[in-house]
Structures are given as structure tokens and as C-alpha cells.
Design a binder for this molecule. Sequence first.
Ligand code: PHE
Ligand code: NA
Length: 452
Amino acid sequence: MSGHNVWTHKGTFLLAAVGSAVGLGNLWRFPYLTGENGGGAFILVYALTIFAVGIPILIAEIMLGRTSRQSPIMGMRHLTRTHQTSRAWESIGWLGAASAFLILSFYSVVAGWSLHYTWQMLTGSLAGADAATIGAGFESLLASPGLMTLYHTLFIILSALIVGMGIHKGIEGGLRIIMPALFVILLVVLGYSIVNGDIGAAAEFLFTFNMADLSLEGWLEAMGQSFFTLSLGMGAIMAYGAYMPSDVSLTRTAFAVAFVDTAVALVAGLAIFALVFGAGLETGQGPGLMFVTIPLAFAEMPFGSLIGGIFFILVLGAAISSSISLIEPVAAFLVERFDMTRPQAVAIMTLGSWALGLLTVVSFNVWSEGTIFHALFGRSAFDFVELLTNIFMPLGGLLIALFAGWALTQSEVAKELGGSPAWFSVWRFLVRFIAPAAVAFVFLRTLPQVDG
Ligand code: PHE
Ligand code: NA
């Protein structure tokens, strides 16, 4: 399709895809899951899945975007027609749009907590506080629907403004400022934690591979995390791929995205656990790990409030560069399909997700129990939404792998993929057999959870 938007520079897709990939998944979810699952063995399974399953699906998803040159929903329709295959594959686009709505709704709430902590750290209100005080502070944030709604609203408006300004001025422009800043801040925080924390203990925890430490549950969590962290199976990468120039190498780009994403997760893990071990805190704290132990570790340290504030700005920036990639696929669809202006499309998408996010907000307080969700699904609305995304993302990834590996005309796939015939065979073997088998394995974890 001539006249379709393309990124301004050859490297912009990489920047955008890294922006999407690097997020709360790396800074918040990866460390706490690693902490809960005993460290090194978890990381080994996670890394293996990234290589054997994540990268092949990443390549497939970028390819679907780039060959169709449209938003995921319209693009899938286009591909089923031109490759004369079943229209059922269009479900990939719809499933992705549904996932984007769901993920953004809670992602924005958690990102909102970082807004709170950025403020708290920079104003020095947590300086010198003890564990009980900081724990109680987190509890009282969770207990306040008003405060959480405020932060959630601010965060989603900020993301909407960037996407509303278009892919060039908004997304490219925003990422060109946010991403370099993130890498600088990450290194500052790492340097600080090397000096003030126990980096040796952190490295030992992360890189001692004792497979006996890992439960089956841990295996499955590691694989699920590799989908979430690479933004796979929900159209974000496909939407960005639609703007990728045809002469950029798919394979090399996908490896680069996975490499940077993994490196950021590991560096964040090292920095966080160095602080955790240095301060003698617990590794297996669960989702509160970053929000409770990090302010606590910084509370006692020289310049802790400032560096802690900078740390949460890092979290915030990483979250925004991911949330814009959740808005883009749905917004682009509304523009293409209903001829809306971009601001209108973004407003509708984010308003919908914002409203859904209120369910997450109240799940931590007024509706923490006794709701229809508890009655029907045995869990809060937030846990239910998260469960749905845990099902939709791997399912989307599975369908993408099968569609690219089996349904599309393979001669054209080989052309789009470029590279050597041998690499094409390897990639195709991975998307045809290995990825589907691995996803089936991930479902062993999520599906039994459905009935509570
Ligand atoms: N990859 C992002 C992270 O690690 C999360 C995300 C998932 C973003 C899906 C966009 C799409 O935080
Ligand atoms: Na990530």
C-alpha cells in the first residue's frame, strides 16, 4: 500500500519495539517473579523460552505487520484475503485488540503507583522511614480508590497525549527523548546499587542455576513472562511493524529487541537484588517487591531520596513507552475502519481502558471481596482481567505462529523474512512445532486457574 505511513528512520522500529518491550515487565514483574521462584533456574528457563519461542514469534509478528502495512485487525483481514486462507485467522486481530484494552487497564494503574512513589521519593517524605512505615504507606495507597484513580487517570492521559500526536511527532518524538534517558538512568541506578548494595549476593542469586529450585509452576511462570516481556501476541509489535521500512532485516531486529529487553531485565534484577540483599530484605516478596523494598533500601542511603526518585522516573518512562504501544493498534484500527481522526480514536480507546481500569482500582479496596467476580470466578476483578491477558497473549502468540508457519504462502514468507534458506528452515520449524508445543505447556498453568 503506497502512501502508508512509514517510520522516519531505519532504526525507528527498533526504538519503538524496544520501547514497547522494556517496561513494568522488566523492572517490576521480572524481579519479583525471579525472587519468588528462587533465582537462577527461573532465569535459565526464561532465557531459553525467549530464544526458542519468543524470538521466532517476534519475527512472525513483525512480518505480519510489515507485509500487511495496516493495523492488526485490518491487516489480518487483508492477509487472509491475499493468501486465500480461512477468515477465522482474523480472530488474531480481534484477540489482540481485546488484550490491549485489558492490559492497558491494569498497566496504567500499576504505573500510577510509580507516579506516587516518584513524588514521595523526590519530596523526601520517605527518607529514614522504617519497614513498618513504608509497608503501611503502600497499604494506604492501595486502600485509597481516590488516590489510585487520580494517578491512573494522569498516567493514561499522558500516554494518550503522546499517541494522539501521531506516530511521527508523538510516538517517535517521545521515544527519542524517553529511551536514551532510560538507559542512562538505569546505569546510574546500577552504579549506585553496586556502591551501596551487595552486588555479589545479587549476582549469585541470579546466576546460580540450580534446577532443583524450580517448581513446575515456576517453569510455567517463566514461559508466560517471556511473552509478556516481549509484548508478544497482542498486536503491539504488529502495529509497529506496519510502519517498518521493507529493507530493514526482520531477523536482526528481532534479535536486537530480545537482547536489549533481556539485558534490561537482568540489569534491573541485579540493581534491585543488590539493594535488597544489601539492606537484608526478603527476595520473595511478590508484587510489592519494587514498591516496598526499593523505597526502604533507598531510605537509609546517602542521596537515597534523589536516586530513588530517579529510579521511579525510570519505571514511569519505561511504562509510558509500553503503554503507547498498547494504544496504537486499537487507535490505528479505529482511524482506518471508521475514518476517525487520530485524537478521536485515541480518546475512545483510552476512555474505554480507563473505565475498565477502575475495576482494578477498586479490586484493592472497596471491592476486594464479595463481588460478582468473586462469586463467579473466585477472584477479584483485577485478578480476573490479569488471568484473561495470561490466556489471550499466549493464545495470540500461538495463532500468530501457526498462521505464519502453516497458513501463509511459504514462498512469500521466505521472501519477506530474507536471510539464508537454512535460517528460514530453522525459523519455520520453530514456529510450526516448538512454539505451539511450548504455548500448550504454558496453558497447563493458566487454564486450571479458570475455575479458581
Ligand atoms: N512488554 C511490556 C513490559 O515488559 C508489557 C507489554 C505487553 C507492552 C504487551 C505492550 C504489549 O512491561
Ligand atoms: Na519487557
